[in-house]
Design a protein around this ligand. Structure first.
Ligand code: ARG
Length: 840
């Protein structure tokens, strides 16, 4: 792979789903008593929103989005803590089976019950209050449940955090003094809580108390690594000695993908109140993106919630006590010429409720550049323009959310950076490089972006927004092979009229031959719009009937052919989750093209991550090691290029000389890979070694593959699947990093390339294109496959969330040269041959 381009826009987000997107009370926990007044309106609104979300999405397990037909009873749960005045902390309170625990817990539960029952409104719905734990302070953690019958649902908006806090405060003051232990309370918090999180520790089932120490210990979800139980409500209360915080690292994490039903939620408290949630996660995490969290003090709560159907192993985690990170122990003065700094405890999630300040100071006359390699401070309900919760602040601007590229420069030789996290929801944070630079020559030998980043000179005016702020594409004098957009950008000519808005202002798609009342056929001819979908073929290629709701009987070049030979006139009907064929054949064989590992994002790299391209195969030849790529199309079949096998040396055609490695990322780490020998090599009979026409081979494995997180089949597109020019796709392989290099790459490489229009492709390849080939890459050069990538896949991510193989790396003139894009075997054209040989 040859690549000079940065992965600016990385689209495979790690899954972070939040269960209930309730607005949280702006009340501060640790310090908050009662917040009354102006916020009441906001809170009422929040409660209504929360209820609606909960009612429509989660009630009755209606997580599939179906609206409950019947109004059913609702639960309203609030949890938080009570700070007790003048009370000695007794370690025995931590043991929920001790008489000390029962004594105080029962007493507090009675006080709370009395407080709620005194209020005529709340008394009607009050069910119970439970004390779940105590910690130093003395702090008692509680939750209270209210049941609202179906006929009273309209009162739900009245259940605000404000109201609960107020009533609890008043009631507890009155009743506490009268109680056996003369309990006085100095602080109360209560906020919305997911009813599934409430546990009675004295009930003891799936409830654990852990003591964190400086040495690491472990805990796991029940039955790990088999399958965690259905309908689990598990809770782990973790404590550490005073003045420590707790770090939990989930080395293995594999929960169902739908967070509405199954998830792990973690709290910076011993009560599961939303206002102190650290995070909520589901799905699967690869070793490259391990979930690690830290508490702000010596307590932490972990919950595992599951629904009825479970097939996943769960998690295994390590935990330990670590010194608390304070504002004094983070941040600092950085005075080196270059260096790196990160959010506290990176790559762990940063602790809640923390501020850190860094000052970078470089030599007089110089300036500072900061480049964030990763930036993620996402929080539900936060507007990333205002960043009112967690943020990094530089030169008066607050940054939050997720950024794929962020670089900043100072105005003087000093730059202050501050980091702030509030009490709820934390994230991975950031890691950044800083360096001093000379303002007179900010990017020696490179192009300086307005943001201060430096990029390779060749990327200036190449039609791509490499700087991130478009400064490399403004005011360019367009080359003859480029189109001058109205907004001053230059784009390769072949992107004009490809139905993709490449300029940003659509000027490349404005004057494309056909008038506004005309339809443009695949071959460029214009026909009146009225004749579209009139069940008659007006375009030579039938494209005017190809995506119509009804055009019965018409089988155009674009129709999907069902197994029963009927035609579906719909673009890309294969695996779109709609039954288009009466025999269901359009939705058959759709278990493909997914990446089980959620990917983490590292900007600027071209190394692929383990599991990122799970269909990629490395073909090793005799003692030479890797020579070609291939892709997994089923558990028994691989797809590759004919030219890897049909060479002048007959040894290449012998199955015994080949080994196929799947689940591999690093050629030096073959231990984790699955190795298979070949049973047969079938090359296309029409393969022409002179022209590389029909450059395709299917390889049968002698033993089937077992699919896993890192081994998965890619989807094969239907014969009529359309991959339009301009579509961004990815080519992967261990090929050389530049033209003429002797050694292949040790790490699997990835590069984003665009599908090139056939007419342009035929011109730039000087007429060598056949209909079994397609071009992909950039006419400006710089990114391409190269020697050793052959046989490997070119894949595109389609709207149905699956990866399709559109091409097989075949040939190219040199690598990554200007006007010499990579040429690939066109899978759609060869699709029938693949079926014929493999039955797929
Ligand atoms: N034929 C080469 C191989 O055997 C692949 C060439 C691809 N070249 C390119 N510029 N895209 O590995």
């Amino acid at each position: 792979m040859n690549s000079a381009r940065y992965d600016n826009e990385n689209n495979h987000a790690e899954r972070v789903d939040f269960l209930t997107n309730r607005e949280k009370s702006p009340a501060k926990k640790r310090t908050t008593g009662l917040v009354i007044g102006v916020l009441l309106g906001v809170l009422v609104l929040a409660a209504v929103t929360a209820f609606l979300i909960w009612f429509f999405l989660f009630k009755d397990g209606g997580a599939d989005g179906t609206i409950s037909k019947q109004r059913s009873a609702a639960l309203q749960v609030f949890s938080g803590h009570l700070k007790l005045k003048d009370m000695q902390y007794d370690q025995k309170l931590e043991d929920t089976t001790s008489t000390e625990f029962s004594g105080l817990a029962d007493n507090l539960q009675e006080i709370m019950a009395a407080a709620y029952k005194k209020d005529p409104f709340l008394a009607k719905y009050y069910t119970k209050s439970v004390i779940t734990a105590f910690s130093e302070g003395v702090i008692a953690y509680h939750w209270t449940q209210f049941d609202i019958p179906p006929e009273h649902l309209e009162v739900l908006p009245e259940f605000t955090e404000e109201l609960i806090q107020k009533k609890l405060w008043a009631g507890v003051q009155a009743h506490g003094r009268l109680s056996r232990q003369n309990i006085q309370i100095r602080e109360i918090t209560a906020s919305y809580t997911d009813p599934r999180m409430t546990r009675d520790p004295r009930a003891q089932e799936c409830f654990f108390r852990l003591e964190a120490e400086p040495v690491m210990q472990t805990f796991q979800s029940p039955d790990f690594p088999l399958i965690y139980p259905a309908k689990s409500r598990c809770q782990w209360q973790i404590r550490a000695p005073e003045n420590n915080s707790i770090s939990v690292r989930f080395n293995k994490f594999h929960i169902e993908d739908d967070c509405a039903n199954d998830f792990v939620s973690i709290y910076d408290s011993l009560s599961p109140d939303n206002s102190q949630a650290i995070t909520e996660k589901c799905g699967q995490r690869p070793p490259s993106n391990i979930l690690q969290v830290v508490s702000s003090s010596n307590i932490l709560l972990v919950n595992l919630i599951s629904d009825g159907e479970v097939q996943r192993p769960g998690f295994s985690a390590e935990y330990k006590a670590i010194p608390i990170t304070t504002s004094e122990s983070c941040g600092g003065l950085l005075t080196n010429v270059t260096g790196q700094f990160s959010s506290p405890l990176y790559p762990s999630f940063y602790p809640p409720a923390l501020d850190c300040n860094w000052t970078i100071q470089v030599g007089a006359g110089q300036k500072v550049r900061v480049e964030f390699l990763l930036f993620r401070m996402k929080e539900p309900g936060v507007d990333t323009r205002t960043c009112h919760k967690d943020y990094v602040e530089v030169l008066g601007t607050k940054y939050c959310g997720e950024r794929s590229s962020l670089s900043l420069t100072s105005t003087t030789n000093k730059l202050d950076i501050s980091f702030h996290s509030d009490e709820s929801y934390t994230d991975k944070g950031f890691i950044a490089n800083y360096s001093a630079y000379d303002p007179a020559n900010p990017c020696p030998g490179q192009f300086p972006c307005a943001s201060g980043t430096c990029i390779a000179k060749a990327l200036h005016c190449d039609g791509w927004n490499d700087c991130g702020d478009r400064s490399d594409e403004i005011g360019c004098k367009c080359d003859t092979d480029q189109f001058a957009c109205d907004n001053g950008m230059c784009k390769p000519n072949y992107w004009v009229c490809d139905r993709v808005n490449d300029c940003g202002d659509n000027s490349d798609e404005k004057h494309c031959g056909c008038g506004s009342s005309e339809w443009r056929c695949g071959d460029g001819t214009c026909i009146p719009k009225e004749v579209m979908c009139d069940t008659k073929k007006d375009c030579e290629d039938g494209s005017d009937e190809a995506s119509c709701e009804v055009s019965p009987g018409i089988c155009s070049d674009y129709s999907f052919r069902c197994d029963d030979k009927s035609c579906v006139n719909k673009v890309n009907a294969d695996c779109d989750r709609v039954d288009d064929c009466a025999d269901g054949s359009d939705e058959k064989g759709c278990d493909c093209g997914i990446r089980p590992y959620k990917q983490s994002r590292i900007v600027g790299g071209q190394n692929a991550e383990l599991g990122e391209w799970p269909w990629q195969v490395s073909l090793h030849f005799m003692a030479r090691g890797h020579v070609c790529g291939a892709s997994i199309i089923s558990d028994r079949w691989l797809l590759s290029a004919a030219h890897c096998f049909k060479t002048s040396s007959p040894e290449n055609h012998l199955t015994a000389n080949w080994k196929a490695f799947s689940g591999l990322q690093d050629q030096a780490k073959q231990a984790g890979a699955a190795v298979r020998t070949l049973k047969s090599i079938i090359t296309h009979p029409s393969y022409n070694p002179m022209t590389y026409d029909y450059d395709i081979a299917v390889l049968e494995l002698s033993e089937p593959l077992k699919f896993s997180n890192t081994i998965q089949p890619v989807c094969l597109p239907a014969r009529t699947h359309v991959f339009p020019p301009g579509l961004p796709c990815w080519v992967t392989g261990w090929g050389t990093l530049r033209e003429g290099a002797q050694k292949i790459s040790q790490q699997l490489q990835k590069a984003e390339v665009k599908i090139i229009n056939d007419t342009v492709c035929n011109v730039v390849t000087e007429g060598q294109l056949t209909s079994r080939m397609l071009c992909s890459g950039f006419l400006s050069g710089g990114v391409d496959a190269c020697q050793g990538d052959s046989g490997g896949p070119l894949v595109c991510f389609e709207d149905n969330a699956k990866w399709y193989q559109v091409g097989i790396v075949s040939w190219g003139e040199g690598c990554a040269r200007r006007n010499k894009p990579g040429v690939y075997s066109r899978v759609t054209k060869l699709r029938d041959w693949i079926s014929e040989k493999t039955g797929l």
